[in-house]
Structures are given as structure tokens and as C-alpha cells.
Design a protein around this ligand. Structure first.
Ligand code: PLP
Length: 458
């Protein structure tokens, strides 16, 4: 190690080793158990080791990775990881992250390629999801950050409607309300708390029997709140809930929002890309009525974590929410991306997204998502045929929930024994007050043979 950095020969030598580690990792991923606990001794070693005083060689560091880190993955990437919504990484995305780090730009703004790549990716997604090309957006860490960003714009919008400047005066004396069902992701509550609305601002809208937002009840709640002097700020509609994949009636919700001048945030973190498919194109066609939409390329599009998208229909409003450049100094030719969101220094997240989109193409993604939905349907059929198992119906998108016709405790035991058995990994959830096992198909490596193994594990 000297003051000069690595020679090109050293970059190539270490790079070859890293590529070898990546190839080996991916090659062996399907062999091992889907998940195994990290050994206690290793955890303790990590917890107690002091910061390294003297530097180590890259060879030693890579050896430690191969020995202590690579063998204990989260589990996603394995064809029988069905827990939550975590996909395998698209291979080109792995290398895109290394290339992005090599360039290491800040994508806050300026005239360099990364800025234009991110703008192109956002425009591509806008088009794929049915938005107009003048919608604005950013790549963020995920749909939690996307929700916070979108709801911050909604807050500005709601305050303007009552003649308040939230950036100048804050929320004193303003009582905003946000509407969502119990099936909506918890990140919205986090956003509402962080935005200073207070937890009481969150109004729970009842769901119907198949866990979709009940629009009559939504309309009634909004009217009640207006009559009581509150200011309805935003409705959260789910385009694929995380529990069951339920899709809220977005068209009718958008009508209600339009009637009352309320912001519509569509959470399509997981489900929005299914708008590309024939099967779900109709159910999702109205996501483009959203004022803001969250979608996670790091979920169904297999872009390596972290990768989330926030799209906002009104670019000016988004800029007005975050920009610290006074209006008289703003230029319209290429505003900085940092004027539209929370971060100043911004990573080159767009490169892996751009490469993945080019690699798969819209058609490739459509095919993959369609396949995942078909696998889920075939798995649901198998559950339906078993007298000792109960299927949550309707299953939607690529999520299948089921349970033993037995106590919650027995179902929790079953989940644990499947997880520890290592042959498959499922998650659990509570629907209807009862505990269910939950299976989500977002891995293009999964085949019918894996469903067979999963059935045997059950
Ligand atoms: C994952 C998910 C979120 C949260 O997104 P992060 O990327 O984890 O921040 C929100 N809503 C739904 C439906 C999700 O699946």
C-alpha cells in the first residue's frame, strides 16, 4: 500500500478474484439450504472485534468475505426463497454497481452522464407505467423513501389549498388527514409521523372482504373530516399489498380524490410492474391517475438493492417542495436533481436500473412477471387440492397465502420448521386475525420442480 492507489495490473488481479467469488456464489446458491443461522461464535467475533488498526491486503479481506460473509446470505436469490418480496439480483446489475462505484459521481446535478441516465430511466418508467413524459421522478432507496418524498409533496399541496405555506410556517394549527387501509404498508405511517402530522392524522379506511379499500367508506370518512374542520391531505392506494397482493380499486379512489381535491399516492412498490402483463393490465391500468407513485425496481424487476422509484405527476410542485434555490435564480434548462428530493449527494443508482432495463427489455420483464404469476397459480392449485390446507382466496399477483386447518400455534410451528429445514423459505402474516403462511414468487429461477420440493417440505 502506497500513496498512489492500485496499478491497473492490481485492479485487474483483484477484479478477477472478485468476479470469481461472484460466479462461485451464484453457482452454489441453489445447492445449499435456502437459509441457515449465522454461527453464534461468528456473531460474537463481529461484535467484539476492535476497528482494524493497520490495513490488510485485499487478498486477506476477500478471504474473510468468502469465509465469514458469503456462506450466510439472507436467502433471496435461491429459487426456493419465497419470503417477503426479495428477488435475486439481475447479473448485469451486480457489475453495474461496480462500474457506478468506479465512476463514483454525485448525481445531485450538473452536466455529466449519470444525471442524464437517471432522467432517462425515470422517463422510461413513466412511459412503462402510463404516466406522461413530463412527470418528474427520482431513484431513491426504496418505496419507504418514495412514500416520504411523495407525501412531502402532498403536504405542500394540501397546505397551499388552504393558503398556508408549510415550508415557512410549518403545521401549527393545521390538521391534515391521510387515508389508508390496514393492509397498506407501514412505511406510510412512518412517513406521516416524520412529516409532523402526528399519528392521529392517519385514518384507517375499512377494507372489503377481499382486503381492498372500501371506497364508500373512504368517501364518507373524507366528508366527515371536512365537516369537522380537518384538511384531507392524501389517500394511499395499494397496487398490490404486501400481504396478499390485493389491488385497491384505483380508478374509483382517484375519482373520490379528484372530487375532494385530495392527493392520490399509489403504492406500487411490488405490484406496479404487473401493469405490463395481460393478466393484470386492466386491474392496474389506472395507476397513472396517481399524483405520486412508488415502485421498487429492487423487487419484481430484480435490480440489486437499493432501488426505489418515486414518480410525481406535477414536476413543479415536487421542485417547490424541496428546492432551496430561490425561484428567481432557478433555471429551467437542467434543474439539479437534488432540488426534487431529500438527498444532496446522490449515488449512481440509475446505472444498474438502466442496464437491467436494457438487458431484459420491457418484453423480457413482461414475460418474467407473467411466469411468476403462473407459478403462483399452479402452487395455489396444489394447496386447493389438499384437504388439510386452506387457501387464502383470491390470491393475487404472485402471492399465495395458506394455512393448516389447525391452530395458529401449529401454523407458526410449521413455518419455523420449514425455515429451519432449509429446503424452502416462506414468511408468515396475519390476515383476518389468523396466522397464515405466505409465499411470494419473484424469482425467475424458480420452476415447477421447486414447487414440488416446497409441497414436500410443507
Ligand atoms: C416493500 C414494500 C414497501 C416498502 O418499500 P422499501 O423498498 O422496503 O422501502 C412498501 N409497500 C409495499 C407494497 C412493499 O412491498
Amino acid at each position: 500500500m502506497n500513496g498512489k492507489g492500485w496499478s491497473p495490473a492490481e485492479v485487474r488481479r483483484v477484479g478477477a478474484k472478485v468476479v470469481d467469488l461472484i460466479a462461485g456464489y451464484l453457482e452454489r446458491l441453489g445447492d445449499g439450504p435456502v437459509w441457515k443461522p449465522v454461527p453464534r461464535a461468528l456473531i460474537e467475533a463481529w461484535q467484539h472485534a476492535a476497528p482494524p488498526l493497520v490495513g490488510q491486503s485485499s487478498d486477506e479481506i476477500l478471504e474473510a468475505f468468502a469465509r465469514d460473509i458469503a456462506p450466510y446470505p439472507f436467502g433471496n436469490g435461491h429459487p426456493r426463497f419465497f419470503g417477503w418480496v426479495n428477488s435475486p439480483p439481475t447479473e448485469i446489475g451486480i457489475f453495474a454497481d461496480a462500474l457506478a462505484a468506479a465512476m463514483n459521481p454525485s448525481v445531485a446535478g450538473g452536466d455529466h452522464a449519470a444525471v442524464y441516465v437517471e432522467r432517462q430511466v425515470v422517463r422510461w418508467f413513466a412511459e412503462m407505467l402510463g404516466f406522461r413524459a413530463d412527470a418528474m421522478g427520482l431513484l431513491v432507496s426504496g418505496s419507504s423513501a418514495a412514500a416520504l418524498t411523495g407525501l412531502a409533496v402532498a403536504r405542500l399541496h394540501a397546505c397551499r389549498r388552504i393558503g398556508r405555506d408549510v415550508r415557512e410556517d410549518g403545521l401549527q394549527g393545521v390538521s391534515l388527514r391521510v387515508y389508508a387501509t390496514a393492509e397498506a404498508h407501514s412505511c406510510h405511517q412512518k412517513a406521516v409521523e416524520l412529516l409532523g402530522l402526528g399519528r392521529k392524522a392517519m385514518r384507517l379506511v375499512p377494507s372489503d372482504a377481499v382486503l381492498r379499500l372500501d371506497t364508500d367508506r373512504l368517501d364518507a370518512l373524507i366528508r366527515e373530516d371536512i365537516a369537522a374542520g380537518h384538511q384531507p391531505m392524501a389517500v394511499i392506494a395499494s397496487a398490490g399489498t404486501v400481504n396478499t397482493g390485493a389491488i385497491d380499486p384505483i380508478d374509483r379512489i382517484a375519482d373520490i380524490c379528484a372530487r375532494h381535491g385530495v392527493w392520490l399516492h399509489v403504492d406500487g412498490a411490488y405490484g406496479a410492474p404487473a401493469v405490463l402483463t395481460e393478466r393484470y393490465g386492466d386491474a392496474l391500468q389506472h395507476i397513472n391517475r396517481a399524483d405520486s407513485l412508488a415502485m421498487d425496481p429492487h423487487k419484481w424487476l430484480s435490480v440489486p438493492v437499493e432501488n426505489g422509484l418515486i414518480l410525481v405527476r406535477d414536476a413543479q410542485l415536487m421542485r417547490d417542495t424541496f428546492s432551496l434555490v430561490p425561484a428567481y435564480l432557478r433555471t429551467d434548462d437542467e434543474p439539479w436533481l437534488s432540488e426534487y428530493g431529500i438527498q444532496q449527494t446522490r449515488g449512481f443508482r440509475a446505472l444498474k436500473t438502466w442496464m437491467a432495463l436494457r438487458y431484459h427489455g420491457v418484453d423480457g420483464y413482461k414475460q418474467r412477471i407473467t411466469n411468476d404469476c403462473m407459478l403462483a397459480e399452479r402452487f395455489a392449485d396444489q394447496i386447493r387440492r389438499r384437504a388439510d390446507l386452506e387457501l387464502w382466496s383470491p390470491s393475487s399477483l404472485s402471492i399465495v397465502c395458506f394455512r393448516l386447518r389447525d391452530s395458529d400455534d401449529r401454523n407458526r410451528d410449521l413455518l419455523k420448521s420449514i425455515q429451519h429445514g432449509g429446503r424452502a423459505f416462506l414468511s408468515g402474516t396475519v390476515i383476518d386475525g389468523r396466522f397464515w403462511l405466505r409465499c411470494c414468487f419473484v424469482n425467475h429461477l424458480t420452476t415447477d420442480a421447486d414447487i414440488e420440493i416446497l409441497m414436500r417440505a410443507i
